[in-house]
Design a protein around this ligand. Structure first.
Ligand code: PLP
Length: 405
């Protein structure tokens, strides 16, 4: 018998498939709204000016070498990254009870966090994680890979195209005590629907009552509202209230460093002594997984976070990206409601936040967008707002209008 005969052929990644179909399409007005990466007004990837500046500075530094970083990463980077998400006045930092590890971007943070939980979390019965329905598809695979079974919790109400708070709270209440709930810190992927501050507070209260664990995934800090602190509000509020939690952090989107894989995992512990033990075990896990994280991207982000001038410039770059996306939301809403008088309510386009928008289009309509209009979007009706620009938004609005009529 030959080797690997029993290996089944896996289906291609759906986004990859969509991109391939878009590339093969020769229609001149084709639009790609599948990608989860920022594009400028000419549909081009954007290297942040501050990242260019930091790169030049790194190149001039002759003291730098290619030695291994410490197992948990570049200390100046992880310390600055922790401050960025937790807030420089965080009790978790002043009490030395946050543990930070540099990871292979947000995906690696999710993986390391899941791995740590599977080894050390005192699960109440079977190992389960509650994931929002829907969520970033990779969440399911990441937890399954380490033997934690995903369970859905209601999050999005397709009838109102908004948050299903009742369903979410019900799920928190019904879950056994000490359950693990994955929460998107801001700019929920794929819906673009976030709880309000008041709703976050309600969620935190139930989590405290039930002694649940919050597994925060924060892939879009600053990218959502344009304000780094505002997008970290939920995480900081949960820390303040004492909800046990960890945070996965990514600099892929907010610094445009997708391929450099710069991320971090922060585990907030009850006290310093616990944090020291958690850190020691995280180190053991990281060692067997990747030995040491890569240095280049972490050095770039460290420079940007720790140099006040560059930090200010980065905030401007973030505003450029989030501002363009917000202006596309406004323009799309205007075109649908004032130019085309498209049937239905389109206020969700304005209310949703971040890179993605759930249009409310069903699977059939999403398919029609591809087949009739050459507009590439996922079957769940999600579009990447970053794929829209001044050159294609009118064509997109016109196509959407035709499909929903
Ligand atoms: N988590 C969510 C919700 C995401 O949308 C993404 C990227 O799309 C990630 C994590 C991780 O991305 P990366 O590994 O590129 O940082």
């Amino acid at each position: 018998p030959e080797l690997w005969q029993e290996v089944p052929l896996a289906p291609p990644d759906s986004i990859f498939k969509l991109t391939a179909a878009y590339k093969a399409d020769t229609y001149p007005k084709k639009v790609n709204l599948g990608v989860g990466a920022y594009r400028d007004d000419d549909s081009k990837p954007w290297v942040l000016p501050v990242v260019k500046k930091a790169t030049e500075k790194l190149l001039r530094n002759e003291a730098l070498d290619h030695e291994y970083l410490p197992i948990l990463g570049l200390p100046e980077y992880t310390a600055a990254a922790a401050k960025l998400i937790l807030g420089s006045d965080s009790p978790a930092l002043s009490e030395s009870r946050a543990v930070s590890a540099q990871t292979i971007s947000g995906t690696g943070a999710n993986h390391l966090g899941a791995l740590f939980l599977t080894k050390f979390y005192r699960f109440n019965g079977a190992k389960k994680v509650y994931l929002s329905n829907p969520t970033w598809a990779n969440h399911h695979a990441i937890f399954r890979n380490v033997g934690i079974e995903p369970v859905d919790y209601p999050y999005y109400n397709p009838d109102t195209i908004s948050l299903d708070l009742t369903g979410l709270i019900g799920s928190l209440q019904e879950a056994p005590p000490r359950s693990v709930f994955l929460l998107h810190a801001c700019a929920h992927n794929p819906t673009g629907v976030d709880p309000t501050e008041e709703e976050w507070d309600t969620i935190a209260n139930v989590m405290l009552e039930k002694n649940h664990y919050a597994f925060f995934d924060c892939a879009y800090q600053g990218f959502a509202s344009g304000d780094l602190d505002k997008d970290a509000w939920a995480v900081r509020h949960f820390v303040q209230k004492g909800v046990p939690l960890l945070v996965c952090q990514s600099f892929a989107k907010n610094a445009g460093l997708y391929g450099e894989r710069v991320g971090a995992l922060h585990i907030v512990s009850p006290d310093k002594d616990t944090a020291d033990r958690v850190r020691s075990q995280l180190s053991v896990l990281q060692r067997s997984e990747i030995s040491n994280p890569p240095s280049h991207g972490a050095r770039l982000v460290e420079l940007i976070l720790n140099d006040p001038e560059m930090f200010a410039e980065w905030k401007q770059d973030i505003k450029t990206m989030s501002g363009r996306i917000i202006s596309m939301r406004k323009e799309l809403h205007r075109l649908l409601t004032q130019v085309h008088n498209t049937p239905g309510n389109w206020d969700h386009i304005l209310n949703q936040i971040g890179m993605f928008s759930f249009t409310g289009l069903n699977a059939e309509q999403s398919k029609a967008m591809i087949e009739r209009a050459h507009v590439y979007m996922t079957g769940n009706g999600r579009i990447s707002m970053a794929g829209l620009n001044s050159h294609n938004i009118e064509y997109f609005a016109e196509s959407l209008d035709k499909v929903v009529r």
